[in-house]
Write a protein that binds this ligand. Sequence first.
Ligand SMILES: *Cc1c(COP(=O)(O)O)cnc(C)c1O
Ligand SMILES: [Zn+2]
Length: 502
Amino acid sequence: MKIDQFPADIRPYLLPEPRGEMIYRCIDCKKEFDIDRLLYTCPDCGSVLLLYSKNMEYTSHISGKKWRKIFDYRRMLNHRALKGIFRYYEFIAPVIPLDQIIYLGEGHTPLVEANARLKEKIGLNFYFKNDGLNPSASFKDRGMACALSYINHLAKKENIGDLLAICASTGDTSASAALYASYLENFLKSAVLLPEGKVTPQQLSQPLGSGARVLEMPGGFDDCMKVVESLAENYHVALLNSKNSWRILGQESFSFEIAQDFDYEVGDKVILVPIGNAGNITALMSGFLKFFRAGLINQLPKIVGVQSEHADPVYKYYLEENPEKRGFVPVTVRSSVAQAAMIGNPVSMPRVIELVKEYNRAAENNKIFVVQVSEQEIMDAMIIANRNGHIACTQGGESFAGLQKALDAGYIRPDEVGVLDSTAHILKFAVFQDMYFNDSFDPEFNIKPKSELKNTPIQLRPENLTKYPAAGNPLSGEDLQNFLREMAAEIAKILGLKKKWH
Ligand SMILES: *Cc1c(COP(=O)(O)O)cnc(C)c1O
Ligand SMILES: [Zn+2]
């Protein structure tokens, strides 16, 4: 819709201008730092940072009701920069001029309601939010769109002509970083550091296709992370891991979209999300808190973090009921089908610890839970979801398995509504589906396929058929007739088809 056709009271708010002032604030010592440089950790105490809007009066003189109206109308506006996560511009990064925003089609992923069969099986109503439908096929694009838009803005402002962006990755961060960096190739080059053999072939091909320098090293993700941190400390590089708090801001859009898609009624919702480096759950909490404080939503939803038994440091931390006695201990991970979440020492843990307290305080209730699921449960859940019309990856399966766990544990009631984060597209993780169907998992996964969920192709070789068509060598005449008849008969036999009576 054209701008002059919107209601007069909304028109002035539709195209926002940079007016906010943002700062980095240390999670630990609370010191604040200017955003004129790229900071990843507190220069004073070394802890992680989060970004805050400073002059909140810019947003707080607008009522929650008015914000809802602004965002609902902005949905109808055709403006490239506001098509993706920046529909919520004022709540994400209101310092970036619209013409410097990078938009590659991220955000506003579909919320797909589970069919009657699945709802009945689980015993409550729920949805999948398909973040695998982002441009690089995972939710990482939300954060990357924000980080790269800011870097684009900063580079223009500071006249930076040449910058290298780097990240460590379990596969999806690198795919996303490389994609967005390739779009900005005039001044930005990207390099990604991967744990050798621990990303899927699809995830490896993505940054290669985007033209990034791809570096593989022995060890796991946690080791790669330490190496890029050391690089960011000692060299001129832009770090694109979720330690970079611009990424967290972009990922908050996931919660804004859920709020808007449910007409801002989220008090009865439960969001389930896999936890790896814990950037995503950080953004979920922070996003909902922002909408709550600005009055767009009147209640906070529950959030359930899900971890595999093979990589469960956050689950273990919250096992201790007494907050005074809790202490974070990194774990050594074992192989997991939820490979994108196979992290023993999550970078965002200090953010999680702070935000969980803030969230529960604001909700005046315990609204954040962490559950643990087995590798078997993750795989079974993923396969079942996808046999019912979904496109869940292994981490989406983890969310689904977590729904059942949270229900069994009494964290969720059957009258609440689940929203499962399917963080990536199944096609990125098809190797795990293949292992399930072929019963070829390494013993360390401890996964046995359920026979009723297995599916493998059937090779057609009718007994009486000797001649087959080949490349450049088609069949004809009697041979062709024979081939068609025998193949059709064989297929009819396998599928149990009934013959037509002419
Ligand atoms: C990165 C990733 C995760 C883990 O998210 P964190 O923010 O690291 O907790 C889960 N699923 C997929 C598909 C991912 O790419
Ligand atoms: Zn500090």
